[in-house]
Design a protein around this ligand. Structure first.
Ligand code: ADP
Length: 698
């Protein structure tokens, strides 16, 4: 059995120091002092002057406090914790580190604190908590600059690897060792690499992969030699020797043990090389060089007894027992093996106890002490069963763990699948929603367009209908116009034509001719009036001209009309009087107003006899002006009262057989109303008629 050196790498203080240089340049001179104290503290610690180290760290901390230099305080705390761990003051270290995390949550030292917490718990034999802290530490290394980050990362991964290795989780151990090496290589940290190579070499030795073990141990050795690190050179040789011994390359093993021993003596002149002697003895025992083996093992045993190294004592007693048994020195073997069992019982290591029991029962048997042999064998068997059971249980637990892991990953996988399905479903739903929304949008747009086009169609239809009505109206107007022209203008024109023939043929006497010409003048005047009416009406109807409303002087319009009609009145012996004040103005269209007044006055002349009177007057109302045209003519019968304002519905000849068109009043009414006015009449048959026109004042 070989005693192997397995050490974890806890290089906290070194890492903390690694950050200094860059920090110093950017801070005030005084912070340099903080770092100097820390550096000196570290040196003092390494040289064993713990008190001075403690003082220096305390000074660094107080100076940082005075300067308000938080990182300095955080760093001093890390140093302090590291020293506590080194002195196995784990409770103090843990308390200090947990407080530091609370005090300096943002510090770049946080990863280091967690790393040191991991180490503390690992030293407390609480690997699961250690793993937890180391893993958490990895999350905070990014606060450090690249080189420091890589170094600390490497250190943490390495520490994890060592724990996994101790837990028998070889795969995880190797994974972590290898990535630790990658980080250490990135950081170009050769001293860390030397340690890492050494430890992975050790791990390969434990897992029986001796070739790889040799490969890494050699790399560690050459790095250590480059660095001239005696401690690392010693470790590499010792571990190389162990691996070579396991490979039964005994000569090479012995050679390496020798080198290891000579370096060890330089390194620790006051500390006896108990482990090396034991391992050498064991190797010699395997080579059946029992005498030499016995000497070395006894030497080692003595050293261990002097230093009270119980584990070392066990191993030496145990191997000595076996070596003596091989030589048939049964009584001595029995002694050593019993000692070994006692020591193993102290440590509670069942496997060690059993290993010694097996050799002890053989020794008893060889010494012919069958009773004792039988008793030891029985205990051995009983324990072996319970050990197997224990192992079985352990195995079962491992299997259960693995099953649990599998189950977890199965659950995770099914969760992932479910999540993926849900995501797919969500995506599908989203697509559906989007598609649905698009369809709805399209439908809405379509409906909107439909409605719009329907409305447009309706609008167009309405326009078409109005236009049609207007056209029909125009057509009716045109027909009416033609009818009127045909009826009203044709007959007077043809009678005028007849008169002209008579004049041309000299058929008429001078007296008849002058009489005819006088009549013709009246007829022409009437035709002119009708024509004017027709033209005004036709213009109104066909062009749709809007009536303008401007201030119009009533007196001047009445004057103009009377002057054009006076000779008709004079011819019939009718007197016309005007009582219209000069300045009265109404809001009207001048032409339309003239037409209305002309129609009313010409009607009065038409339907009055000789000696009758026509009076045109004005009545002033508050907002309107009323024009009154009163005659003492034939009057209007009651049955005609409703008809005279309707176009061509009722017409009579005048008192001297003047032609009527039945058209003037309806046109007048239309024009008056369009000028926002009113027209009406009062009449009594045989006594006369009065027509009123009321218009807004100007
Ligand atoms: P017209 O005089 O050409 O027949 P109007 O529309 O001007 O057409 O008049 C319609 C009818 O009203 C006339 O035919 C006539 O019988 C009657 N009328 C209008 N004014 C008078 C009036 N002052 N006195 C008697 N009858 C009138």
């Amino acid at each position: 059995m070989l005693l192997l050196i397995g050490f974890a790498l806890f290089c906290g203080a070194d890492n903390a120091l690694g950050v200094e240089k860059t920090l110093w340049n950017s801070l005030e001179g005084d912070t340099t002092q903080v770092h100097q104290f820390l550096e000196e503290g570290k040196q003092a610690y390494n040289s064993g002057d713990f008190e001075r180290a403690g003082r220096l760290i305390l000074r660094a901390d107080s100076l940082s406090e005075v300067l308000g230099y938080m990182e300095g305080r955080a760093r001093a705390t890390a140093y302090k914790a590291d020293m506590y761990i080194d002195q196995d003051k784990l409770d103090e270290a843990i308390e200090l580190l947990e407080n530091a995390i609370k005090l300096y949550p943002e510090s770049e030292q946080r990863a280091q604190y967690l790393n040191l917490l991991g180490t503390s718990f690992n030293n407390f034999s609480d690997p699961s908590k250690a793993i937890q802290y180391y893993t958490e530490a990895l999350n905070f290394t990014d606060r450090l600059r690249k080189k420091e980050r890589d170094r600390l990362h490497a250190a943490i991964l390495h520490n994890l690897a060592v724990i996994y290795q101790n837990l028998g989780e070889e795969k995880l151990a190797f994974e972590n060792f290898l990535s630790a090496i990658t980080y250490a290589e990135q950081a170009k940290d050769t001293s860390m690499l030397a340690i890492a190579y050494n430890n992975i070499g050790l791990a390969y030795n434990n897992s029986g992969d001796y070739e790889k073990s040799i490969y890494y141990l050699n790399r560690s050795l050459s790095l250590a030699e480059t660095l001239d690190s005696k401690l690392d050179i010693y470790r590499a040789h010792l571990n190389l020797a162990n691996t070579l011994s396991n490979m039964e390359r005994f000569q090479e093993a012995l050679h390496n043990y020798e080198i290891a021993e000579s370096i060890y003596k330089q390194l620790r002149p006051d500390s006896p090389p108990a482990i090396i002697l034991h391992n050498r003895g064991s190797t010699l025992a395997k080579m059946k060089r029992y005498a030499e083996a016995e000497t070395l093992l006894n030497e080692s045993l003595k050293m261990c007894e002097d230093l009270d190294i119980r584990e070392g004592m066990y191993y030496n007693h145990n191997i000595l027992g076996q070596v003596l048994l091989e030589q048939g020195r049964n009584e001595e073997a029995i002694f050593h093996l019993n000692q070994a069992i006692l020591l193993a019982k102290e440590s509670g290591n069942a496997q060690l106890i059993q290993s010694s029991r097996q050799a002890l029962y053989k020794s008893y048997a060889a010494a012919n002490k069958y009773k004792e042999a039988f008793s030891v064998l029985n205990t051995y068997k009983a324990f072996s069963d319970s050990l197997t059971n224990l192992e079985k249980e352990k195995e079962l637990a491992t299997i259960e763990n693995k099953l649990e892991l599998n189950r977890q990953s199965e659950i995770n996988r099914s969760l992932e699948i479910r999540q993926a399905q849900q995501e797919k479903q969500l995506q599908y739903q989203l697509i559906l929603i989007v598609a649905g929304a698009l369809v709805i949008l399209l439908v809405v747009v379509f409906l909107f367009m439909m409605r719009k086009s329907a409305r447009e169609k309706e609008e167009i239809l309405k326009q078409v209908r109005t236009q049609k009505e207007e056209l029909e109206q125009l057509n009716r107007s045109k027909d009416k116009l033609f009818a009127i022209i045909a009826h009203d203008l044709r007959s007077p024109m043809s009678s005028m034509q007849g008169v002209l023939h008579l004049i041309k043929d000299h058929v008429l006497s001078q007296k008849d001719m002058s009489k005819l010409i006088q009549e013709l003048e009246v007829s022409v005047q009437q035709n002119v009036d009708v024509m004017e009416d027709l033209l005004a009406w036709a213009k109104e109807q066909l062009s749709g001209v809007k009536m303008e409303k401007i201030p119009v002087n009533v007196q001047s319009v009445v004057g103009e009309v009377i002057s054009s009609q006076s000779f008709l009145a004079a011819k019939k012996g009718i007197s016309v009087s005007i009582e219209v004040p000069e300045s009265k103005e109404v809001l009207a269209d001048p032409n339309a107003l003239q037409l209305v007044i002309r129609n009313l006055i010409s009607n009065s002349i038409k339907y009055t006899k000789e000696g009758d009177e026509i009076k045109v007057s004005l009545s002033d109302l508050s907002s309107r002006t009323r024009l009154i045209i009163k005659d003492t003519g034939i009057g209007i019968p009651e049955e005609a009262a409703d008809k005279i304002f309707e176009s061509r519905s009722w017409t009579r000849e005048g008192t001297q057989r003047e032609k009527g068109s039945g058209f003037g009043l309806s046109l007048s009414k239309e024009f008056v109303e369009r000028m926002n006015g009113k027209i009406w009449f009062e009449s009594e048959v045989g006594k006369g008629s009065t027509f009123y026109v009321e218009l807004p004042k100007a």
